[in-house]
Design a protein around this ligand. Structure first.
Ligand code: PRP
Ligand code: URA
Length: 213
């Protein structure tokens, strides 16, 4: 929880902290960076998916017939914010291989830090699905808020946002704009710097995942 807000969970797990230290380091190369981001996404996803609905189905074990729980309801949607959100998609899909996948293209202007949407394609019947929006970095919160706006405009209601590192500034803004959205962050970092990067952070996550800088 963050400042007593029920809808915000800081995962605060030793394995996540350890793996975050690996990705924070400048010396970590693209291959390892991508792998560890996927692993952290799985751990945050495990926590965020704990409320998935279940229904009992009848099965036969080697011993007897039994009523046992399986996931129920419409398949959830995982929605990465392009580009860096793609780094979390594989980890989320390993947890829920049958999930549908949407994409929202968003980049932030390097000068103004304002988000710009350039693509949006969501699974059908999005209003009936649990939606897991993923982006490793919650900095000013602008991109996440704009992505949630885009999902809500298309009918999405049940939205959870997952990030690997959050700045306090972004957490507060997202909760103010969308108090109904549940937020799971792998870690709460200290602050934003004067050019909108998270400190200590891990740098430009998209560039590090795709090796573009
Ligand atoms: C990064 C990151 C978030 C955004 C966070 O994306 O992946 O989407 O910045 O910043 P904010 O909270 O201040 O909006 P970027 O715009 O660098 O695009 P990329 O993923 O294509 O690299
Ligand atoms: N986007 C990133 O990739 N890193 C930051 O620190 C802030 C926004």
């Amino acid at each position: 929880m963050y400042k007593g807000i029920e809808n915000i969970t800081i995962c605060d797990h030793p394995l996540i902290k350890h793996k975050l230290t690996i990705v924070r380091q400048t010396s970590t190369g693209t291959n390892e960076f991508r792998t560890v981001i996927e692993e952290i996404a799985m751990m945050i996803g495990y926590e965020a998916l704990k409320d998935l609905p279940l229904e009992d189905v009848e099965i036969e074990t080697p011993i007897e017939k039994a009523m046992c729980p399986m996931l129920s309801g419409k398949k959830p949607a995982i929605v990465p914010i392009l580009r860096a959100g793609l780094g979390m998609l594989s980890g989320m899909l390993r947890l829920m291989p049958a999930a549908k996948v949407g994409h929202i293209g968003m980049y932030r202007d390097e000068e103004t830090l304002e988000p710009h949407e350039y693509y949006c394609k969501l699974p059908t019947e999005i209003d009936q699905r649990a939606i897991y929006l993923v982006d490793p970095m919650l900095a000013t919160g602008g991109s996440a808020i704009a992505a949630i706006d885009a999902i809500k405009q298309r009918g999405g209601k049940n939205i959870t946002f997952l990030c690997i590192v959050a700045a306090p500034e972004g957490l507060e803004k997202i909760h103010e704009a969308h108090p109904d959205v549940r937020v799971f962050a792998g870690n709460l970092d200290r602050q934003l710097n004067e050019v909108g990067y998270i400190c200590p952070g891990l740098g430009d996550c998209g560039d590090r995942i795709f090796g573009t800088k």
